[in-house]
Design a binder for this molecule. Sequence first.
Ligand SMILES: Nc1nc2c(ncn2[C@@H]2O[C@H](COP(=O)(O)OP(=O)(O)OP(=O)(O)O)[C@@H](O)[C@H]2O)c(=O)[nH]1
Ligand SMILES: [Mg+2]
Length: 270
Amino acid sequence: MPAPPGILRCFRCSTHAEPLPDAPSPPAIQDRALVIIPTYNEAANIEAVLDRTLALPERIDVLIIDDGSPDGTAQLVRDKQAEVPDRIHLIEREGKQGLGTAYKRGFDFALTHGYTYICEMDADLSHNPDDLLNLIAPIRSGNADLAIGSRYVEGVRVMNWPLSRLILSYGAGIYTRAITRMPVMDVTAGFKCYHRRVLEALDLSRVKSNGYSFQVEMKYRAWKRGFRLTEVPIVFTERTEGQSKMSKAIVREAAWKVWELRLRALLRKL
Ligand SMILES: Nc1nc2c(ncn2[C@@H]2O[C@H](COP(=O)(O)OP(=O)(O)OP(=O)(O)O)[C@@H](O)[C@H]2O)c(=O)[nH]1
Ligand SMILES: [Mg+2]
């Protein structure tokens, strides 16, 4: 039988193989966690987010993906990086390119650097860094492959949102569940933890959505591939500093994307 790529038949005998001396070595997979935080103009929040995450009782490394924030977010990250260089990573991109491409860049980094638990979190403190431990726990124990920090299990847990925003978000869940049958209450949630096997299994080049629909699409693709999703209750607090990047275009993208995903699944072209 021919040796798999990167493997050479042993020259001493024909029964066992040894690695090619110059074959690229796979990333060392360790029991390590990374939280990916995309930022655009989060100077008012980023230091607190970093401090609180790095102070957690379990080690979670941080990757910031900053899109050239004019308010100097990246410089604040670099300053903090000088204090704790081994825990903070920073990727700077030119210009605002959207959440979806930021996360895909982050996933790529996490996989090539051997992280096992790969989380997503916003930088505006709507997501409480303390909850990261509750998101990682079911993945580490093997009870789930993707944990979702959910505003809509065990009641509704959203602080300081106008009713219109709550109706939009909760309504998005009803709409998405009706079309896709995906059994998730908080479909647009962006506070999550993946086991690396989920990201390795999904073909991320097929994920084209960029706003809220990125969050819906990733959950849908993971669920369709048979991965186990679990919702962990969290309290979500509206940002008090900085500005929201929510727009009508983001809502429109999410509304039609759900139909596209369902149709692709039916045609087996997901
Ligand atoms: N790198 C990068 N980060 C972004 C971009 N757009 C938003 N973000 C970040 O993504 C996270 C979520 O964005 P928010 O503006 O809080 O959007 P939201 O949470 O949907 O809206 P609010 O609830 O109104 O705050 C924050 O950490 C933002 O700084 C982008 O284009 N590029
Ligand atoms: Mg926010």
